[in-house]
Design a protein around this ligand. Structure first.
Ligand code: FNR
Length: 366
């Protein structure tokens, strides 16, 4: 169908499910075990209703967000997803170009199919590129990875901590490792277990020994914002704030890691409560990702205290089906939804969003 017929983020998923190469579709869409956490990531938003405010002059609304002191046109960023070349021959750079034109940050994966250099060559001077970091068993490799990226203009580092081992993604395992992936990765890792799908084949160098003891080392690698990605309980959010991180992404890796990990939106409120109690809520920025598909999901996360939200699969699907224009349209659809939602909620800027606009008691069944 023509791009103009894509009316929301789910439409891209539907087209992708019908048209993508199977390897790409399985790798992108899969999640752990029975995919309960992936499903609940989105459904949790459907259990929250609003308490909108009426008769507010909403002729002008401002969707601008501030992430680590830098502006984004929307409270949204493209989160890290590996192997974009499975879905599009130009890979992550397609996302980079779309992000530049729409004015939102892009987080690049350690396991991206384009290198940091390729992405930094493609980016505009004003554009914010963040780097997701999988910490290598050889810490010097990680130090150089961060420091080279910083020299190239990367302006934030997100250390993923929810993957000491890879979750079991059966759809992807059935898809198997095949030629498509060998093309993308250059077939360097001879030891990778090829019976286990794209994800397992590329994960063999993530160090399961990573612990809180490594945080001072990571902190010393950069003066740029250092953010922990993949915290799943408020105690760890608080611990991260005290350990020297600048922020946290509450995330369960899009339901791809621990099955029955909690939906991120459900631990936002308690995380903010404990940060506030400890006096850390101003300098420590909290983000969420997982299952965010609608402007209303974004509003709800922000009402509960998130500074911004990451979106993964929908942008991969838009990229794989319609390229750069598809990703731009996906961002524009979110932009339109957010503006409409702000007006209907009675808020003119994002800092007017707060828990009083939510009715968490209703908990409507879905
Ligand atoms: C991911 N995610 C991820 N996270 C990370 O830190 N490093 C990575 O390399 C990847 N790779 C990756 C590949 C694919 C195909 C997916 C779908 C996800 C997790 C990602 O950053 C994010 O947490 C989720 O994708 C958010 O959920 P939604 O928006 O996809 O529901």
């Amino acid at each position: 169908p023509p791009l103009g017929e894509m009316l929301n983020l789910f439409d891209f998923e539907l087209v992708a499910s019908k048209t993508l190469e199977r390897t790409a579709w399985y790798y992108y869409s899969s999640a752990a075990d029975d995919e309960i956490t992936m499903r609940e990531n989105h459904r949790a938003y459907q259990r929250i209703f609003f308490r909108p405010r009426v008769l507010v002059n909403v002729s002008k609304v401002d969707t601008t967000a501030k992430f680590f002191g830098r502006k984004s046109t929307l409270p949204i960023y493209i989160t890290a997803t590996a192997l974009a070349r499975l879905g599009h021959p130009d890979g992550e750079i397609v996302l980079t170009r779309a992000a530049a034109k729409e004015g939102i940050p892009q987080m690049l994966s350690t396991l991206a199919s384009c290198s940091v250099d390729e992405v930094c060559d493609a980016k505009t001077p004003e554009q914010d590129i963040w780097l997701q970091v999988y910490v290598n068993a050889d810490r010097q490799v990680t130090r150089e990875f961060i420091q080279n990226a910083e020299k190239r203009g990367v302006c934030g580092f997100f250390v993923t901590v929810d993957a000491p081992q890879l979750g079991r993604r059966e759809k992807d395992m059935r898809g198997k490792y095949d030629e498509d992936l060998a093309d993308v990765q250059g077939d360097e890792d001879e030891d990778a277990d090829r019976s286990q799908g794209a994800a397992r084949a590329i994960s063999s160098f993530i160090d399961p020994a990573l612990s809180w003891k490594d945080i001072p080392f990571l902190r010393k690698c950069t003066k740029k914002p250092l953010v922990i990605k993949g915290v799943q309980r408020w105690e760890d959010v608080l611990k991260a704030a005290k350990a020297g991180f600048d922020g946290a992404v509450i995330s369960n890796h899009g339901g791809r890691q621990l099955e029955f990990a909690p939906p991120p939106v459900e631990i936002l409120a308690e995380s903010m409560y404990h940060l506030r109690k400890a006096g850390l809520h101003r300098k420590f920025e909290v983000y969420v990702d997982g299952g965010i598909r609608r402007g209303t999901d974004v509003m709800k996360a922000l009402c509960l205290g998130a500074r911004g939200v990451g979106i993964g699969r929908p942008f991969l699907y838009a990229m794989s089906t319609y390229g750069e224009e598809g990703v731009r349209r996906a961002i524009q659809l979110l932009n339109d939804e957010i503006i409409m939602n702000m007006r209907l909620l009675g808020v003119r800027s994002l800092d007017e969003l707060g828990p009083s606009l939510l009715d968490v008691r209703s908990r409507a069944p879905v």
